[in-house]
Write a protein that binds this ligand. Structure first.
Ligand code: IVH
Length: 666
């Protein structure tokens, strides 16, 4: 294929991929399977590797990348990003309507009502159809340049669809984290000992503030657009037209809007919207009412903060009042104590609530919550029920203040508060509550994957003193297991096999299973690739750990501290004694090319084959003779052989001699 042919093919593939991307992420109407999509994508990647000069920033392969930033650049919005004061009453909407009628002195107009999306406000600027800038609202005048993070959101087009793209158009909308993904992300964070996000909006806003776009790209984010800032080269007479144009350009718009010709219609639409809220993937706390005719906006004007052509109507959050019967304390895997409100059951937004979180002792004090109080509960972000306040007027005098227990409610162990942390913790590592969660985590699917070792079994093992740490699992006898409740001969045998099988897991699974604070599956994998094995990880100090990319000081501290503890050192020794044989780490040497495998094909002008291989090895890399999925790079010299085709088939990056030389020099 010559250059012109390659260029044509690449352009064609890009537009096909962009179209399928749109169908999948924006319109939820895929036409091809994931596999077919992956194949198209791999083909484009391979062609671009062959002709790197043809790579452009809007290529679907270039979504995520770049070095992590130190801080975000500040950008001034071409038009201020205003906001709207919230209205809770229909009377205020009546006044809003009357004011518009007055200002327009009888001129005819209509409204559009849209869901108010509870996300993080952003602006996207496209010039000649290409995404040039993405920013946060900030103070409305200047915001953060978060282009790299926004590029990683798959429903945001890098290039606008259609061929009638305006010279300049800036869209405004909201980034959100779909409810379902939010719940999954929070579960994963709790597993990793990280603080869960309070609600989907915080999760979305927090993700946009990540300085590493690759990390942001791993967060499940989506975006909806409902407006425009600067526009040049296109005329949009009504808001409806704007929504239609947004859609044609390939952006996601609100899934439903209502065109209304009177206030009565607006009120009816508000009722319909309220009923539909649970069906939307994003949190909706109300509706935004807008004058449809954009030509009237100038006449309506704006106050210092808000335009007069729009109003935000918020539904009262659904809240219920009930009696707080008692406060119990739960102990998590890392020993954190969480106070939980035990409630007189009450119905709230579709379900019966018996318990709600009180977060921590500080929150209880701040809200002055007492046992026996009448309390108001709300679904925070419509997800997790929370005690928001106390009905002080209903106090009778017999209510009791709550004190965090001084010893662990499960084991009686000492409770402490670490500096800088709000949480109280049980420091007893043998605490049955901690131990149970630890064992469940150790045996979980993503960790050592011991099938059949569920909650009921773990409870019995701990309560009967049969397991005091994960290594004890490997010393259990079949007769012991068969003697437990609800354990037949057969299931005991199955469990023995599952435990035996788990002795040969990858190193990263073991690291993850150990339940080190801050160390999730992903970080465990990172650790595996940077060390030759567990012994080296155990010996690493904080400074060494901190140098590893993606591993911050907090995690480095947690890992170093974990392996300094006597009980953890002996745990590893016992695991070894039990015959647990994890594989070695994948790093064999240190150096800039550590962990990378190269395959050479064709003749290089500047090096002989043995010379090139030696240079790779001296930098910690590996030189292999055959291409496989594990190959990191194929270096293609003059007249490359079949290894090149193999690399393209597997989607492995191909380096020219020039690129190879640069890599060696780095
Ligand atoms: S139109 C001048 N439409 O809510 C502001 N805003 O309090 C016009 N929002 O700043 C904004 N959904 O961040 C508009 N369908 C929607 C919206 C929406 C959410 C946000 C936006 C705005 C704030 C208004």
């Amino acid at each position: 294929m010559n250059f012109a042919e390659a260029e044509k093919k690449i352009k064609h593939l890009r537009s096909v991929i962009e179209r399928h991307n749109r169908l999948y992420y924006v319109f939820a109407r895929p036409e091809i399977s994931d596999r077919e999509y992956d194949r198209l994508y791999a083909e484009l990647e391979a062609l671009e590797k062959l002709s790197p000069a043809l790579i452009t920033p809007d290529s679907p392969t270039q979504r995520v990348g770049g070095e992590p930033l130190r801080e975000f650049r500040q950008v001034r919005h071409s038009f201020p990003m205003m906001s709207l004061a919230n209205t809770y009453s229909r009377d205020e909407l009546v006044r809003f309507h009357e004011r518009i009628q007055r200002l327009l002195s009888g001129e005819k107009f209509s409204y559009v009502l849209e869901p108010k999306i509870d996300g993080a406000a952003i602006a996207l600027r496209y010039e000649k159809g290409l995404l040039q800038l993405g920013s946060t609202r900030g103070d409305g005048i200047t915001g953060d340049d978060i282009t790299a993070n926004l590029r990683a959101i798959p429903s945001i087009p890098l290039r606008l669809a259609g061929d009638r793209t305006p010279e300049i158009i800036e869209f405004r909308g909201e980034v959100f984290m779909p409810r379902r993904d939010f719940l999954a992300l929070n579960r994963a964070r709790e597993e990793e000992g990280l603080e869960p996000f309070a609600n989907p909006r915080n999760a979305a806003a927090g993700s946009l503030k990540l300085l590493d776009a690759r990390e942001a790209g791993r967060r499940p984010l989506d975006a909806v657009f409902y407006g425009a800032g600067e526009i040049a080269g296109i005329n949009l007479a009504t808001h409806e037209e704007m929504l239609a144009a947004l859609k044609l350009f390939g952006l996601k718009t609100p899934p439903k809007y209502w065109k209304c010709l009177s206030l009565e219609e607006v009120f009816r639409a508000l009722d319909e919207l309220k009923a539909m809220r649970p069906d939307f993937p994003f949190e909706t706390d109300g509706g935004v009412l807008k004058v449809n005719e954009r030509g009237l906006y100038a006449a309506l004007g704006a106050t210092a903060k808000s335009p007069r052509w729009a109003a935000a109507f918020k539904y009262e959050p659904e809240r219920a009042e009930t009696t707080l019967k008692s406060i119990t304390v739960q102990v998590g895997r890392t020993g954190v104590l969480t106070p939980v409100a035990e409630l007189e059951p009450v119905f709230l937004s579709g379900s019966t609530i018996n318990r709600a979180t009180l977060h921590n002792a500080g929150e209880i004090q701040r809200k002055d919550v007492r046992i026996g109080d009448r309390v108001f509960i709300e679904k925070a972000g419509e997800v997790i029920p929370e005690v928001v306040s106390v009905n002080i007027a209903a106090r009778r005098g017999h209510e009791k203040t709550f004190k965090m227990p001084e010893s662990c409610p499960v084991c009686g162990g000492e409770i402490t508060r670490r500096p800088g942390e709000v949480a109280h913790r049980c420091e007893n590592l043998q605490c049955p509550a901690q131990l149970k969660r630890w064992l469940r985590h150790f045996a979980a699917r993503g960790a050592m994957d011991i099938e059949g070792l569920g909650e009921a079994l773990v409870d019995q093992l701990v309560d009967r003193g049969m397991a005091r740490n994960p290594a004890d699992l490997y010393f259990l006898k079949k007769e012991q297991i068969a003697g437990l409740e609800r354990m037949a001969e057969k299931s005991a045998a199955n469990l023995m096999t599952a435990i035996e099988d788990s002795k040969k897991r990858d190193l990263w699974r073991l690291i993850f299973a150990l339940g080190i604070r801050q160390v999730g599956a992903k970080m465990a994998q990172t650790l595996e690739t940077h060390f030759t094995g567990l012994d080296e990880i155990m010996a690493a100090d904080r400074e060494t750990l901190e140098k590893i990319p993606d591993l911050g000081p907090v995690a480095a501290d947690a890992i170093a501290a974990f392996f300094k503890m006597e009980r953890n050192i002996s745990l590893i020794t016992r695991l070894k004694e039990a015959g647990v044989r994890w594989k070695a780490g994948s790093k064999t040497k240190s150096g800039p090319l550590a962990g990378k495998t190269f395959v050479l094909t064709g003749a290089l002008a500047g090096y002989s084959r043995p010379e090139a291989e030696e240079l790779i090895r001296r930098r910690g890399g590996r030189a292999a003779s055959a291409v496989s999925k594990k190959t990191s790079f194929v270096v293609a010299g003059n007249e490359p052989g079949s290894k090149l085709a193999q690399a393209q088939k597997l989607g492995i990056p191909v380096l020219s001699e020039e690129e190879f030389r640069k890599m060696l020099d780095e």
